[in-house]
Design a protein around this ligand. Sequence first.
Ligand SMILES: [Mn+2]
Length: 426
Amino acid sequence: MLSDQQLHDFNQANLSDHQFRYQHLTELLNRRGTDVAGVVQKLVAFQVAIPSWALGTGGTRFGRYPRGGEPRSLEEKIADVALLNQLNGSSNSISLHIPWDIPQDVPAVQQQLQEVGLTIDSMNSNTFQDQKEQPYSYKFGSLSSTEATVRQHAIDHNIACVEYGKQLGAKVHTVWLADGSNFPGQQHLRRAYQRTAESLASIYEAMPSDMTLLIEYKPYEPHFYSMVIPDWGTSYSLCQYLGKQAQVLVDLGHHLPNTNIEQIVGRLLHFDRLGGFHFNGSMYGDDDLTTGSIKPYQLFLIFNELVDGAQDEAVTNPAVAYMIDASHNTKDPLEDLLQSVESILGAYAKALLVDRAALQEAQENNDVVRAEEILRDAFLTDVRPLVQEAYRQSGGALNPVAAYRAAQVREQLIQQRGKFSLSTGL
Ligand SMILES: [Mn+2]
């Protein structure tokens, strides 16, 4: 799709500008005592998984406007993520959704993954819609259903996902439940929770000891009166009930407006229960916009908590699984993903620039303005040369979106896969 020579030529044309800007920023940061090489090294190491369902044009309740060249199979989805990883060196794993991504030929998928240097991040179950010829309906819930046969069907589906995950080497199984109710009185709130906890326990029991169960929460949608797992407290309580291999998954778009998400991150780190993070951009709710496109300061403040936790020896929270969770209707999905990863790396870089010792001192002394200024100073630093240097060091493009366009990747994909190819999924 994009030859090494093309990538090299593209970078060569932009290298002198990059070196000038990187050198300038390095000198500036060195004066403040920042270990710039160390920051770049951390950016190179940072990886965020790409979900298979983000590679095609997202569906809405209204129109869907595919732009062509969308991946038609699991193999083509893996190829698309490999392309992203070639461009930015930061997306070395893919998350799969069952049943959309059931591997037909496991050894062949394993071989392809190995060839392109990718791994499977997480398996995701789907009990938010009925599949063709499904004997039971999830209309009134899945793991929380009042009917034992429906609950068992949903449990079996999740266990099947765990099995696919084992075959493909995934270490994470993610559950997001659409269960809830639309009208007061429709659902017995306590009993729905109890049934969900018991169903999750059956799934948890079926997992191998090196797999993590991520429990994602969402306050509303598709149900608008109550969701069975609406908030981090409910997820956390379910994790406590299940055991150490269960962790909370925070999705940026799954909060009510103005929720202090960075504080939730801090709390979960304190409890060793932050297992996963889904990135996207949000104006109102689960909007699936490009990460960092609407609230970049919030994204930075979240990374500030993550970095603070990572640098604090007292925090023993296990490694967090990072993933982008957005599916677009307006942009070329691959360009959107490249933009999202860049926003994430930028927010991470800025959080790494925060003078933690000075911040702690200001906090201990209740010096409000000084504390805020320390954060603002890091946030307002133009870190793009650091991100670009990370791309360069990992063998990617200095400007992934520009390189993608210069190589006319979408045009090639349309030629290969057709104008009306349709990605399975949402
Ligand atoms: Mn999510």
